[in-house]
Write a new protein. Structure first.
Lengths: 213, 213
């Protein structure tokens, strides 16, 4: 995959491929062998045309009258994601949200895998939290370089977010997932995704009322 | 605001208005009086044209050569959100993620405010966690009806998510924020937003590698 072909893949397609993967795993557990684009669309909330477009991105061509062969399609999606060499992540800020993420992503087979955590609290430093070693904040740069980590997850308080992002980027991180309610500027070569829980909850509150007017 | 006019407002506009609100509060703290659509665009990562369109949705017309009057614009945005009568939320599942949300949204002035939590763990039931009373799972319907709650936040494990959503909807909830990695079907009158941390992290991992090919 070249840089150009990868740049042309939309984040929404990548999201849906990740969703399909989960659904296909569920189908395998249920003993299904084949699946149609319509079934995948029903699960993901999209259209069958969109599903077929997404699957074309994989280069997968194995559809038949019965639909897609589930194990083969899964293999294609796994290859698509594992082509990404960036599977090692660090987590900055081991509060409740940080710990929830550690529980889910500090296992060996997680993708990405959180391999190190950071905090400023002395009682957390040098302990293992949900299977993940917690380092001192000042060690961030060293650990990222030593372990060739390319993904950073920011769960620090908002006023520490920008500085934390700078530390990550300076050490070589190229993908950031930011949970702090603060807009962070990063260089063009860094991919950043913001999950803003306040904004999301306000939006849900706003639309929850649609039916009551 | 009529049901129709509200339905025509896009979720993206509502998200951005929530973001502008935060930024305007910061500007007031810094003593600024006016702000341009360009400055708001720079903060939100959009365009000045988009900012002006968003602000037109508010019915706000007070721009001048100096830009928008910040206190007046804030008042307009606050009115826009407070027109929504749905400000009371419940949280189902008091794990680490649930507790992170309680810390942020169980205060009196939070919008929306989490007014009740639910869990199946006996050691949590009938206790107060981060300022929020935790009820027994079987009490969900009663509490939602008694307290006229319209927003539900789902932070239970994936295999309990669909059943939890049904309980919420049956009791009258019309807006759901779902964190469980499970697709949930709800009736058309219910607004649902999924925050899927696995999918989001996989996406960041994928694009973190763009520059390394």
């Amino acid at each position: 995959m070249t840089n150009n072909s990868k740049n042309s893949i939309s984040p929404k397609t990548v999201e849906r491929l990740s969703l399909y993967k989960r659904f296909l795993h569920e189908q395998i557990e249920r003993g299904s062998g084949f699946i149609s684009s319509r079934q995948l669309a029903a699960f993901s909330g999209g259209t069958a045309v969109q599903v077929r477009q997404d699957i074309r991105v994989l280069g997968y061509t194995g559809s038949s009258k019965e639909g897609y062969n589930i194990p083969q399609l899964l293999l294609s999606i796994d290859r698509f994601f594992s082509a990404a060499q960036c599977r090692r992540a660090i987590l900055a800020g081991v509060g409740n949200l940080g710990q929830a993420l550690l529980i889910n992503f500090s296992q060996r087979d997680a993708f990405p895998e959180i391999v190190a955590a950071f905090d400023i609290a002395e009682d957390k430093v040098d302990t293992v939290i949900h299977g993940c070693r917690c380092f001192r904040r000042t060690e961030i740069g060293e650990v990222i370089k030593d372990q060739a980590i390319s993904i950073g997850i920011i769960t620090v308080p908002p006023d520490a977010a920008a500085e934390t992002a700078s530390l990550l980027v300076d050490a070589g991180v190229t993908g950031i997932l930011n949970f702090a309610p603060a807009r962070i500027k990063v260089p063009d070569h860094v991919y950043i995704e913001h999950v803003d829980l306040t904004v999301t909850l306000e939006k849900v509150a706003f639309f929850a009322c649609t039916t009551t007017y």
